[in-house]
Ligand binder design. Structure first.
Ligand SMILES: Cc1ncc(C[n+]2csc(CCOP(=O)(O)OP(=O)(O)O)c2C)c(N)n1
Ligand SMILES: [Mg+2]
Length: 668
């Protein structure tokens, strides 16, 4: 209990505790000879107030479901976060790790990385992602609160954002959505230091941020970010505001460095030995680098223990709650077996009935089965619900004050949607999927990349996946998108050929706990090609022989999605000429890459190969090999009915058959 008394001792006030963060930041950056001391030094007072007076957390259980979420959106200020995690006692974050800031193998990476460091709730660094991800976390909190009540879910989401985060376009999408949904448990602490890398923010912006947030439905506050009492009062008002709140914290970047503070020179470079010595002097800090005076360390440890009793009470409530099994199941992230049984049954029916369906429609049918078997999935679309076919029977729209629904109207905000889905997935308890057109994956790209980097289960339902969408023309026809998505590590890119494959790809996406998935789906109808039911999820192999040659293969035709039908027709044309062609469907390259080499070779065969995909060639050469051919797009598409476009761009069974004959000639 002496530690609590230490907190109350006037000698260890907010400023002294904050100075510990300042000194750790400048010393760690100096030691690493790289990093960003300015932001941690400027926001140290605000962060100290937040962590010692408001944030509900328990370092002994970083995964406590009802903890407050803290997001350092200005991820370049990572030393602020590492300092906080170290001082409050997070496991594994001893002083040695701070000494190894930014070094290979340390858990103190240059920017905060989810899954790498306990207490880091999301990966940040790409400016604006944090605030947009936090909106998803705050939304997930309200949605779980609507399901489980205040006793189990009653926490807040705090964000520290810089000028850069608020300048990024994604912040607009995020704050609009948060204001509209009235996410009143979201508090953004803006490091209003009026400095970014190039110098004063007045070089590039005249935005009245308070007015912008107010226009989006937020409550706003303005405080001196170095006045702990003022910050405390502002946060207290934010908690009672009934709206999401922006607190503009007027700060001085590099606060404490007497010659450099207030200047962009503190943003992203070590202060240097002389300035660090001067800062120590100015702050009255006599301890050597990486040593925290005992009374200050004790005060911080006490702050780290503030949440333990609360967590224990919460655990008791969970124990006593009749909802405990359901809550635990939701938070476990395991989908109930019923989901997979429903998909299995659905697949059987599809093979038997062999319908002709657009794969987006097939996705809707798969979602009917999935959403009917669990209430953990939450859907949405960036204003293309009836094109993406992402809503199913009985899914109610999530609205301000009515968070019991399962369908999120993300609005025309692809980037914000993707980041919010990351936040929902990171929060836990729900499995998000959301739709837009494949071509607009570009607009969501920054957040899709983070889904992959963090390894979160987010399912992107990206429809209108080729020139097959027709009349909307080249602005809407994805060409290079498959290559871009396939080039992204830890992202499964599915392009199913029919309704059966679509159901299988959905199953894999839901089972992939540490990998996001993109389902690329057609607008146009596709025949069912897999008419023989199989117990196995064949798409799990990534690629497989859909139709083997009658005799020895003369040629192998590789295709994905809507072009598999063309490959089958080409094989028919070739068969009529006595040419033996096998057809390989390749719904997911990433899974195929993982097969043992000999299994891959068995699928690809030794005969010459032709690939067909109504998209850019990039990447296909790996599969077609030397001497193979590619039938696809060489430039942008055009506006016309889809059949005319396939003719115009020469993506036809005849063209594939022709290419097959030419590769056979070349190799014979
Ligand atoms: C999307 C994105 N663009 C650019 C950068 C490079 N960058 C890192 S910090 C920064 C300036 C940010 O300014 P501010 O948020 O005001 O931070 P401060 O200088 O106040 O610490 C920039 C441009 C980035 N990390 N992310
Ligand atoms: Mg700034």
């Amino acid at each position: 209990m002496d530690s609590v008394q230490a907190l109350e001792r006037p000698s260890v006030g907010t400023r002294e505790m904050a100075n510990a963060l300042r000194v750790l930041a400048m010393d760690a950056v100096e030691q690493a000879r790289s990093g960003h001391p300015g932001m941690p030094m400027g926001m140290a007072d605000v962060a100290t107030v937040l962590f010692t007076k408001f944030l509900r957390f328990d370092p002994t259980d970083p995964a406590w479901p009802d903890r407050d979420r803290f997001v350092l959106s200005a991820g370049h200020g990572s030393m602020l976060l590492y300092g906080l995690l170290h001082l409050t006692g997070y496991p594994g974050l001893g002083i040695e790790e701070l000494k190894r800031f930014r070094q290979l193998g340390s858990i103190t990476a240059g920017h905060p990385e989810y899954g790498h460091t306990p207490g880091v709730e999301t990966t940040t660094g790409p400016l604006g992602q944090g605030i947009a991800t936090a909106v998803g976390m705050a939304l997930a909190e309200r949605m779980l609160n609507a399901r489980f009540g205040d006793g189990l879910v009653d926490h807040r989401t705090f964000v520290i954002a810089g000028d850069g985060c608020l300048q990024e376009g994604i912040s607009h999408e995020a704050i609009d959505l948060a204001g509209h949904l009235c996410l009143d448990r979201l508090v953004v602490l803006w490091d209003d230091n009026r400095i970014s890398i190039d110098g004063a923010t007045s070089l590039s912006t005249s935005m009245d941020q308070q007015a912008r947030f107010q226009a989006a439905g937020w409550h706003t506050e303005t405080v001196d970010g170095h006045d702990g009492c003022a910050v405390e009062a502002a946060i207290a008002r934010a908690l009672a505001a009934g709206k999401p709140t922006l607190i503009a914290c007027r700060t001085v970047i590099g606060f404490g460095a007497p010659n450099k503070q207030g200047s962009e020179s503190t943003h992203g470079a070590p202060l240097g030995a002389a300035e660090i010595a001067a800062a120590r002097e100015a702050l009255g800090w006599t301890a050597p680098p990486f040593e925290i005076p005992a009374d200050i360390a004790t005060a911080w440890r006490a702050a780290g223990r503030r949440g333990a009793a609360e967590r224990a009470r919460w655990a008791e409530r969970l124990e006593a709650s009749p909802e405990a099994p359901r809550f635990r199941q939701a938070l476990s992230g395991e989908l109930p077996l019923e989901v997979f049984a429903a998909l299995r049954e659905h697949k059987r029916t599809l093979s038997a009935k062999a319908p002709s369906l657009a794969s987006r429609k097939a996705s809707e049918l798969a979602l009917e089965a999935i959403n009917g078997a669990t209430d953990l999935t939450v859907g949405g679309s960036a204003d293309l619900t009836h094109s993406n076919l992402t809503i199913t029977k009985g899914l109610e729209t999530v609205q301000a004050g009515r968070f019991g629904g399962r369908y999120i109207r993300y609005g025309i905000r692809e980037h914000g949607m993707a980041a919010a889905m990351n936040g929902i997935a990171l929060h836990g308890g729900l499995v998000p999927y959301g739709g837009t057109f494949l071509v607009f994956a570009d607009y969501a790209r920054g957040a899709i990349r983070l889904s992959a980097l963090m390894g979160v289960r987010v399912v992107y339902v990206l429809t209108h996946d080729s020139i097959g969408l027709g009349e909307d023309g080249p602005t809407h026809q994805p060409i290079e998108h498959l290559a871009m998505l396939r080039a992204t590590p830890n992202l499964n890119v599915f392009r199913p050929a029919d309704a059966v494959e679509t159901a299988e790809c959905w199953e894999i996406a839901l089972r992939s706990r540490a990998t996001p998935s993109v389902l690329c789906l057609s607008r146009q109808n596709l025949p069912t090609l897999r008419t023989r039911d199989s117990e196995e999820n064949v798409c799990g192999r990534g690629a497989y022989v859909l139709r083997e040659a009658a005799g020895e293969r003369d040629v192998t035709l590789l295709a994905t999605g809507s072009e598999v039908e063309l490959a089958v027709k080409a094989a028919d044309l070739l068969a009529a000429d006595g040419v033996e062609a096998a057809v390989v469907s390749m719904p997911c390259w990433e899974l195929f890459e993982r097969l043992p080499a000999e299994e891959r070779r068995a699928v690809l065969g030794t005969a010459p190969r032709v690939a067909v995909e109504a998209a850019a060639r990039l990447g296909w050469d790996r599969w077609i090999g030397e001497g193979g051919a590619f039938v696809g797009m060489e430039g942008f598409g055009a506006s016309a009915p889809a059949p005319a476009l396939y003719q115009h761009f020469g993506i036809t069974p005849e063209a594939v058959a022709q290419a097959a004959r030419s590769v056979m000639r070349r190799t014979s």
